[in-house]
Structures are given as structure tokens and as C-alpha cells.
Design a protein around this ligand. Structure first.
Ligand code: 13P
Ligand code: 13P
Ligand code: MG
Ligand code: MG
Length: 376
């Protein structure tokens, strides 16, 4: 067993690199914010197929999570590539045009900039990317969320890579025993820094426990190999006004010195509370579902997460496998619905409703202004 881990874990230096880019945007909801229109998915597929033909992409998979259009792409152009980001932007532009024609809801919601300027970061769409040297076998999972903020991945990422009660590999796999390095993004100060587990686990938790302030951006092995990469954009900080709830994406590599697929999926058996849901202004449980069940309708939710597994093979995506399409997640879904009932019973009261500073809709300034004259 020790032998096998060693054999598979080291990336062969001479092997060519491949980049996995997951770029997403809400270009229009069908109906309301609940789902995506099939014509828009078809359009995106046609455009990416052409890019594959023209050798811009190695391979791709188009899907949706609720009202978010998800482009999963492999290529050889590295992270932050102008060609790849430009291609995604073009797909979102054409998707928006189509959405406007059908008068879909919030058409072009995440297209905050008027024109593409080289990189979609900060322009509205969400991006998670990693450049890797393919291992002997390269299993990955792409997680996609709807009706939740980017901090939604903090809890499951900590469990996957630092909690031995979740990931037994941290204890019994010699190639994982050293732990991992976490790259943290301070979203309000827009600064990044590294923390190492298990040594700095308590420092890490005091920060990432506040998922509205500190977000796990990436995770590396102690040898510096990328293991996970998330989208950390926070749209309302970009736009300075309410424009949706981010609905983040996440790429995680697994096996051979990294958490096993089952260890990567295990944290989602507990539907932890995330911010988002109705009007981006509520706490609710994150419910793991198959892609076809990711159409949040109850109070525009509850928040959803889907997981697409792939074997990356010579730059191609073998898959997807819909990883939450599994009865072993039935209980998490049932629990999520119970928690949803409990939270909903609070109506407009905190802690179902977010604290004033985190709400993305508010009438407070107007209400206070109106009351000023009456205040004694
Ligand atoms: P690897 O060490 O080969 O990743 O095996 C672990 C495993 O698959 C257990 O579920
Ligand atoms: P989305 O961020 O998924 O567009 O949802 C917005 C919303 O207000 C739901 O009530
Ligand atoms: Mg929407
Ligand atoms: Mg959405």
C-alpha cells in the first residue's frame, strides 16, 4: 500500500502540463432564479465544441447548477489565459443575448463589465483554475454551488484536508501524514497568505470559521503540488451593490497522496449552514443533489451543491460522473429539508435572515431616514 501511494503520487517532471479551468456565470434564470434554459446550454456546447475543433481547448463539459452556467474546460494555456477567459466571456455574452431574447430572469446578471479586458476575474463570472502535471491516474471532482457564497467551501475543504475524523488518510496514509498548506484570501482586505496544517490548525480555524471574511482559495501538498482551487469572487464587493450571491465553484484532485474520492465527498453528508438562499440574504443548509435535482425552488432554495467527477486523461475529461446521484446522500437531503423547515420558521428574524452588514438587499437606510423626525 505504501509502495502504491509512492508510485502514483510524484508527478513526472517531463510530463506535459494541463490546465483545468472552471468558469461560470448566471446569464439568466429559467424560471426566476431556479434553473437554466436548455437553449443556452446548447449554445455554450456548440461554442466550446468549435473551440475544441480549433485546438483552443483540449476538452470541455457544459452543465448548470440552478441558474448558473458552468463551463468546465481543459487546455494547455495555463491559468489566467486571455484566450480561455475571452472564450468564456464570449459564451456568456452570447448566452446573455439569448437570455434577453427569451426575457429570462436577470439576463446578464453576472456580466458586470461592458467589455472583456483580458481576464474575467473581477468582471462578474466565477473562476477556479489549476495547472497540473497529470499523475498516472488523475481523478478530480468539480463542485458547483447555487444560492450560496464562496465561503461555502471553507467547512468541507477543512474537513477533507485537515480533519482526521473525516479523512482517515491523514492518519494511515504515509503520503498524507505531513498535512497540507492552505492559501487563505482575506476578501475585505484583498490579501492572501498561507497556513500549514496540522501545525497551525487553530490559527486556520479562527479565520476560516468566519467564512464571510476569510476564504480558502487553494490547498497544496507540503511539497507544493496543487490539490484544490476555489473561486473566491464576491460579486457585491466587485459591484458595490446587490448582484447575486456568487454561487462558487471548486476543483479538488484526489487519491494517491491526496484525499480519496469518498473522503472528498464525505463532508457533504452534513448539510452545513451557508449564506445565500432567498435574495442572497439568508442562512440555509447546503443540500447535495444530482445535477438534475439542482433546481432550487423552495424560497429560491435551499442552497444546492453538485459534484462532477472526472478522470483527466492526457488532457481529456473522461466523465462526468454525477457523484451525488447516490442514495447514500438521501439522508443528508432529508436532513437539509428538516433544517430548511426549522430555519424558515424564523421568517424575517435572524439568524435565518443574515445580520444587517451581510444582507444584500436592505431597506434600512430608508426606514431610518423616515423615522428620523419621530426620534426623540
Ligand atoms: P489511494 O492511496 O490509492 O488513493 O487509495 C485510497 C483509497 O482509494 C481508499 O478509498
Ligand atoms: P442567484 O444568485 O442564484 O441569481 O439568486 C439570487 C436570488 O436573489 C435568489 O432569491
Ligand atoms: Mg440568478
Ligand atoms: Mg445562481
Amino acid at each position: 500500500m505504501k509502495e502504491m501511494s509512492k508510485k502514483n503520487s510524484g508527478s513526472e517532471k517531463s510530463a506535459p502540463k494541463v490546465t483545468i479551468s472552471v468558469i461560470k456565470a448566471d446569464v439568466g434564470g429559467y424560471v426566476g432564479h431556479s434553473s437554466s434554459h436548455p437553449d443556452i446550454l446548447k449554445k455554450a456546447e456548440t461554442m466550446l465544441a468549435k473551440a475544441k475543433q480549433n485546438k483552443i481547448l483540449n476538452d470541455f463539459c457544459v452543465t448548470s447548477c440552478g441558474d448558473d452556467l458552468e463551463l468546465i474546460m481543459t487546455h494547455k494555456k495555463g491559468c489566467d489565459s486571455r484566450d480561455i477567459h475571452g472564450l468564456a466571456w464570449k459564451v456568456f455574452e452570447e448566452g446573455t443575448a439569448l437570455a434577453k431574447k427569451m426575457k429570462l430572469y436577470g439576463a446578464g446578471q453576472d456580466m458586470l463589465a461592458d467589455a472583456f479586458s483580458g481576464n474575467v476575474k473581477g468582471m462578474g463570472p466565477g473562476v477556479a483554475e489549476m495547472e497540473i502535471v497529470e499523475r498516472k491516474s488523475e481523478p478530480i471532482i468539480v463542485f458547483m454551488g447555487d444560492k450560496c457564497a464562496p465561503g461555502a467551501w471553507n467547512f468541507p475543504l477543512f474537513k477533507m484536508f485537515a480533519d482526521p475524523f473525516n479523512t482517515i488518510g491523514l492518519i494511515i496514509d504515509p503520503s498524507m501524514h505531513d498535512g497540507f498548506k492552505f492559501e487563505i484570501h482575506d476578501i475585505k482586505k484583498d490579501k492572501n497568505f498561507m497556513l500549514s496544517t496540522p501545525e497551525e490548525m487553530y490559527d486556520l480555524l479562527v479565520l476560516i470559521g468566519s467564512a464571510e471574511n476569510y476564504i480558502i482559495k487553494a490547498i497544496y501538498t507540503k511539497k507544493g503540488e496543487i490539490a484544490a482551487s476555489s473561486s473566491t469572487q464576491k460579486l457585491y464587493l466587485i459591484a458595490g451593490r446587490y448582484v447575486g450571491k456568487d454561487d462558487p465553484v471548486l476543483i479538488v484532485r484526489g487519491q494517491s497522496g491526496l484525499p480519496a474520492m469518498g473522503e472528498i465527498l464525505e463532508p457533504f453528508s452534513f448539510p452545513h449552514l451557508v449564506t445565500g438562499w432567498m435574495r442572497g440574504s439568508h442562512y440555509g443548509p447546503l443540500m447535495p443533489t444530482s445535477q438534475k435535482e439542482a433546481n432550487p425552488t423552495r424560497f429560491d432554495g435551499p442552497p444546492r451543491v453538485i459534484a462532477f467527477g472526472f478522470q483527466v486523461s492526457n488532457g481529456m475529461l473522461v466523465g462526468p460522473r454525477d457523484m451525488f446521484d447516490d442514495p447514500s446522500y438521501d439522508y443528508a437531503r432529508k436532513q437539509a429539508n428538516k433544517i430548511a423547515n426549522f430555519m424558515r420558521a424564523h421568517g424575517p428574524f435572524e439568524p435565518h435572515r443574515l445580520p444587517l452588514t451581510e444582507m444584500e438587499y436592505t431597506t434600512l437606510p430608508e426606514v431610518l431616514k423616515k423615522l428620523q423626525l419621530r426620534m426623540k
